[in-house]
Design a protein around this ligand. Structure first.
Ligand SMILES: NC(=O)c1ccc[n+]([C@@H]2O[C@H](COP(=O)([O-])OP(=O)(O)OC[C@H]3O[C@@H](n4cnc5c(N)ncnc54)[C@H](O)[C@@H]3O)[C@@H](O)[C@H]2O)c1
Length: 351
């Protein structure tokens, strides 16, 4: 008997292909097929995979218990609810949707159908995130008072639906949803108090092609997230400041990251230096006898745990890793990012 969970993909573009390939590789999943409004997108399914001619045909297939939705953002809600109503368990690509009201409708549909509904927040397994979260959780740097997390590119927004607001385009909803989710996961159980956001429109007037968000937490932590698509010189992916040291990862490669810790706080005999046209003692670089440098510890993590968890939830053996409450907090925060930028105001957050 086949005890694997039958699954399918709706929306078989870039990310749909990612999912169908991973489903084929998974020993727990049985990939049945995919549907896309553009038929050529399902012409290259692996042997045996069915190219469904309509969403109704896919949703009526009793072999399918799990559907992953990987369409543009503006149609997630409608498709997720239809799949839940057809009795399917559902994984939705990020951003799950654009408003808290829409998300609540999706959650209500999942509760009514008594089916799993979760979101593919895959970047919770990124090695750079896991490594920086480990430093944060362990208190390696002493009390952390500032974190900066950013992604910088220099290609503007690719010319598909991603640069069209009506399809849920823009960098807040594309990359922001990943790095803001990482921020919310890293800082638990702190409360987020307020945010201030600024959106960029450098190459794109229709939707944001970059943003800066400053979030303040109840212990005073300042957490800055930033995405840029016109950054020909990239700043570090991660920069973390604690009372006793700093940590940095320049790109995605944790092995190139570095921690610098103070080893002798009492040694205060800084020698003034000439900086620019002035003299400074405060900004004089530290000498090697008062600091120590360490590599950043790599933390084991396996993205495949996402689908392992989905399968375990469907079998009734686990609770979802990506929960409705986490998604409600995230989507509410994304709403506030747009509102703060529009009003040019710092806004209070409560959820
Ligand atoms: N988690 C990640 O790392 C990650 C990375 C990239 C994209 N995404 C997300 O995946 C989703 C898809 O992005 P993409 O890059 O694959 O886009 P894409 O444009 O490459 O693919 C989207 C596909 O959906 C199809 N489609 C559109 N409307 C449809 C409908 N009503 N029914 C069925 N198919 C429909 C399109 O024809 C297209 O083939 C988005 O929500 C995006 O944010 C997630």
């Amino acid at each position: 008997m086949n005890s694997r969970i039958g699954c399918a993909v709706i929306g078989h573009g870039g990310m749909g292909h990612f999912h169908s390939h991973r489903m084929v590789e998974s020993p727990e999943l049985d990939f049945i097929g995919a549907f896309d409004v553009i038929p050529s997108r399902t012409s290259d399914l692996h042997e045996g995979g069915k190219a469904f001619e309509s969403m109704d045909e896919l949703l009526a297939d009793d072999r399918i218990s799990l559907v992953t939705v990987a369409t543009p953002n503006d149609v997630h809600k409608e498709i997720v609810i239809r799949a839940l109503e057809a009795g399917k368990n559902v994984v939705c690509e990020k951003p799950v949707t654009m408003t808290l009201a829409d998300l609540d409708d999706m959650i209500a549909a999942a509760r009514k159908a008594k089916r799993l509904f979760t979101v593919h927040q895959n970047r919770r397994w990124d090695p750079d995130f896991l490594a920086m979260k480990n430093i944060f959780d362990k208190g390696t740097l002493g009390r952390v008072f500032c974190v900066e997390s950013r992604v910088h590119g220099s290609r503007g927004i690719p010319g598909d639906w991603r640069n069209q607001k009506e399809h849920g385009g823009g960098m807040v909803l594309d990359w922001g949803v990943h790095i803001i989710d990482q921020m919310l996961m890293m800082t638990l159980p702190r409360k987020l108090v307020s945010i201030y956001a600024h959106l960029d429109n450098v190459t794109n007037e229709n939707c944001d092609d970059g943003f800066h968000v400053e979030a303040i937490f109840d212990d005073g932590l300042v957490f800055r997230t930033e995405v840029g698509t016109s950054n020909f010189i990239a700043l570090p992916r991660w920069y973390m400041l604690g009372e006793n040291g700093s940590a940095k990862i320049d790109g995605w490669d944790v092995s190139k990251g570095e921690i610098v810790m103070v080893s002798d706080w009492e040694n205060r005999d800084a020698v003034p230096i000439i900086a620019g046209v002035g003299l400074t003692k405060t900004m004089a670089p530290r000498t090697d006898d008062t600091i120590k440098r360490y590599p950043i510890e790599q933390v084991p993590g396996d993205w495949r745990d996402f689908y392992r968890n989905v399968c375990a939830c469907i079998r009734g053996e686990a609770e979802p890793i990506v929960t409705h409450d986490q998604q409600r907090r995230l989507v509410r925060l994304l709403e506030l990012v747009f509102e703060s930028a529009e009003k040019n105001e710092t806004l209070k957050f409560s959820l």
